[in-house]
Write a protein that binds this ligand. Structure first.
Ligand code: NDP
Length: 425
């Protein structure tokens, strides 16, 4: 694949990392952090820099110059090659991770009139199957108008190969959203994946209602920090679970009514092959957490919704702690995806387990509008320079972070807001 077909005469073969260049004039190659199968492993090993061809947008696609790229778990999973090899999935011999981005539209496919070179944008990561709803490929494609009903919808930068840890990335035009005008590039790059996922989990899939109680695992993490803020906006009492009191206090600042430090419950995590004695200690810790929830709420009440993404170690607790008729909404499995739990608590109390996965374009638009109003704020804890992109992922892998993190790509420094700032810096 080369970019020569979209590069007008006079285009340079490559652009300096911080060189602004001219929107519309596309170079042939770019710098990128590249994952290949022969170096699958922890991020410091799997992410290596290479010079690769600039992707060529299709008719309904857009090429975006990356100004800053948010860090999320997709890059960690892609580099580990676990639980699946993303390279086998998309079939190209290298993968550029990155499912979050703030940037500038650099060129557009011939059908794209919504955007033009120079537009300042953020990207959402739901790649839609263009055939969805047309029933040309698959009878099941008309199960719902929601493009996520298509078995071929994909997560950009994870299941597709041209993500944002590079000078340029390629997306469908429907993935493009206007960048909040007064936000810095780094802030605008860090929220889409986690915020839109949390929004769909709570609002669309979880059907959260004012007056309800939600238990938020990883309350100070990427997903959790947004879940708490959405709950507050919705009039829902959010209780965070965290691994330190510092993180817990941060959750209260974000709007949680209280927090549980999971380190005070050392037997909380489910471990495969546990002895009867360990199982009993775990059950005792569940009761201890339940009691703590009552203390925080000031009444004997269980969470109507449990916000799950930590998976194997926490899932049985989530099912236990959830209220009668409550919902456990799950979108991930950081600690393992084979879940073991006591199903009696599920059926006897008629609880529901609900799967949720990123968000569709409508969820993203609605959530972005709420964010632009200033009522929800990204919790950006750390900004890395371009050459520390592998380290940023390593820190996430080692759970050393809090909130969201991002990496500068075209931006030479923090605090810049628009194209003019980039030109002058
Ligand atoms: P973060 O790492 O930012 O936050 C996760 C939090 O989980 C951490 O802050 C940590 O908080 C908590 N955690 C880690 N280990 C454990 C454990 N053993 N028990 C309980 N809690 C634990 O990640 P994200 O919020 O960005 O993502 C979380 C998961 O959700 C990832 O697996 C990711 O792949 C998935 N995900 C899925 C999406 C989808 O669309 N399906 C979208 C986004 C994320 P603490 O140590 O304070 O308890």
């Amino acid at each position: 694949m080369t970019a020569t077909m979209s590069a007008p005469t006079g285009a340079k073969t490559s652009l300096g990392l911080h060189e602004f260049g001219t929107p519309g004039v596309v170079p042939e190659t770019m710098r990128a952090w590249v994952i290949r199968e022969n170096r699958f492993g922890e991020p410091l090993q799997s992410f290596q820099e290479e010079e690769v061809p600039v992707p060529v947008p299709g008719d309904d696609e857009v090429l975006v110059r990356v100004v800053a790229a948010g860090v999320n778990y997709n890059g960690v999973w892609a580099g580990l090659g676990k639980p699946v090899s993303v390279l086998k999935g998309h079939g190209r011999d290298y993968h550029v991770a990155g499912s979050d981005c703030s940037g500038i539209v650099w060129s557009c496919g011939k059908n794209v009139t919504a955007w033009k070179p120079g537009d300042e944008v953020v990207l959402h990561c739901n790649w839609e199957d263009p055939a969805h709803g047309k029933r040309t490929k698959d009878k099941g494609d008309f199960l719902s108008y929601d493009p996520m009903a298509s078995p071929r919808c994909q997560i950009w930068g994870y299941e597709t190969p041209d993500g944002s840890f590079a000078q340029f990335c390629k997306v469908q035009a429907q993935q493009v959203l206007p960048k909040p005008k007064t936000m810095t590039w780094e802030l605008a790059s860090c929220y889409a994946l986690t915020y839109f996922t949390a929004y769909r989990m709570l609002i669309n899939r979880g059907g959260i209602q004012p007056g309800e109680v939600a238990l938020i695992w990883g309350g100070a993490g990427g997903l959790g920090s947004f879940a708490i803020q959405i709950c507050k906006e919705m009039g829902v009492k959010a209780i965070a679970v965290v691994s330190s009191n510092d993180k817990g206090e941060k959750c209260k600042e974000l709007g949680a009514v209280g927090y549980i430090n999971r380190k005070e419950f050392p037997n909380l995590a489910y471990k495969e092959g546990e002895t009867p004695d360990q199982a009993k200690k775990r059950a005792d810790d569940y009761k201890g957490v339940g009691k703590k929830i009552w203390d925080i709420l000031g009444e004997r009440r269980s969470p109507d919704l449990v916000f799950e993404h930590s998976g194997a170690e926490t899932f049985p607790a989530s099912v236990f702690l959830c209220s009668r008729f409550g919902r456990v909404v799950i979108c991930g499995a950081t600690t393992g995806y084979n879940l073991t739990f006591d199903v009696r608590y599920l059926w006897m109390m008629q609880k529901r387990i609900i799967g949720s996965h990123f968000a569709n374009a409508l969820d993203c638009l609605r959530a972005n509008t709420l964010l632009e109003s200033g009522r929800i704020k990204p919790f950006l804890s750390k900004v890395y320079p371009y050459d520390k992109i592998p380290q940023a992922h390593q820190d996430m892998f080692e759970n050393k972070h809090i909130g969201n993190m991002t990496c500068l790509v075209m931006a030479a420094k923090e605090g810049l807001i628009n194209s003019e700032d980039l030109r002058q810096s």
